[in-house]
Design a protein around this ligand. Structure first.
Ligand code: SF4
Ligand code: SF4
Length: 299
């Protein structure tokens, strides 16, 4: 069957069995995340470091951190229990590319030991341009970059600091470096044929009107999907925006921005913001069945 909106056939062909990209596939194919990447190289105002990276994951969740060896053991155990498991992602609990050794050790072992599993990762993009070669080397075929702005004046309201080239940057300068690295990373990935999805967190009053421009810029640079997610800002999720108590969008506000971006990069509307150690079909979380103790028992 055809792809959503105006997705070109050759891209649809690559993603139709991917639960995160195809409305149809997410009923039949499973994915899992392994939480091997604890560190982060930037600070988002909406992040609470006690919990998983909220750029890709469900807010307020603490995942069980694994070493690369434990992660590989877990993936192989899950793949033998859940035959529909086709996709393995690294999405935290920090930034996958701020932990390059842990992330790429895991990817290399899986590439060797389970070559049929599709690999993906998500990142804030700061370290991305330096790591495109390694991404291609292990055949990682999908990357998600969280891009919340294409204007550092907007960005400095979202990111208080970044850590780059052994130095901490703040304010406009930090947001400008992050923006330039995100755009460069996106261009490099699409030039190498790596499917790249963009996540944006909709923050009312900060980037709501600006996301149309983000949509235009990422589409121009070859992003194949743009996923606009709501800021979830509730004390019980551990996410308060800076000190200001920023609210999240209403369902109508979210839909209005998603609608305004139609005809731009294809929009994904069924992303569930899964936990960094999610296991199973989307909307079904079997992570409790595959904790480390249980996997050791299975052997
Ligand atoms: Fe938190 Fe993720 Fe932002 Fe890092 S990139 S500060 S882990 S939300
Ligand atoms: Fe897929 Fe979104 Fe879940 Fe990631 S967070 S596995 S993209 S549905």
């Amino acid at each position: 069957s055809g792809g959503p909106d105006d997705m070109p056939a050759e891209i649809w062909d690559k993603v139709k069995n991917h639960p995160c990209y195809s409305e149809e596939a997410h009923h039949h194919y499973a994915r899992m995340h392994v939480a091997v990447a604890p560190a982060c190289n930037i600070q988002c105002n909406y992040c609470n470091r006690k919990y998983d990276c909220s750029n890709e994951s469900r807010p307020g969740v603490v995942s069980q951190k694994l070493t690369p060896e434990q992660a590989v053991k877990k993936v192989l155990a899950v793949a033998s229990e859940i035959p529909q498991m086709t996709v393995l992602g690294i999405a935290g609990p920090g930034d996958s590319l701020a932990n390059p050794k842990k992330t790429f050790d895991t990817m290399r072992m899986l590439h060797e030991q389970a070559p049929d599993i599709k690999l993906c990762l998500s990142t804030n993009g700061l370290a991305l341009p330096d790591q495109v070669d390694e991404i291609c080397q292990y055949n990682i075929d999908h990357v998600t970059i969280t891009i919340n702005m294409v204007d550092p004046a907007v960005g400095e309201k979202i990111y208080p600091w970044i850590f780059y080239n052994h130095k901490r940057y703040t304010g406009y300068e930090a947001a400008k470096i992050l923006h330039e690295r995100q755009m460069l990373g996106l261009e490099m990935l699409t030039a190498r044929g790596v499917l790249t999805k963009i996540n944006s967190v909709l923050i009312p009053g900060i980037n709501d009107e600006h996301l149309i421009e983000v949509n235009r810029e990422v589409k121009k640079r070859g992003a194949f999907l743009h996923n606009i997610m709501p800021l979830i800002s509730e004390a019980e999720h551990g996410t308060v925006f800076g000190l200001t108590g920023q609210r999240g969008p209403t369902a109508q506000e979210l839909k209005a921005v998603q609608d305004a971006c139609m005809g731009g990069a294809n929009l994904m509307r069924h992303c569930r913001q899964c936990r960094a150690d999610a296991v199973g079909l989307l909307g079904e979380d079997r992570s409790e069945e595959f904790t480390l103790d249980k996997i050791e028992e299975m052997e």
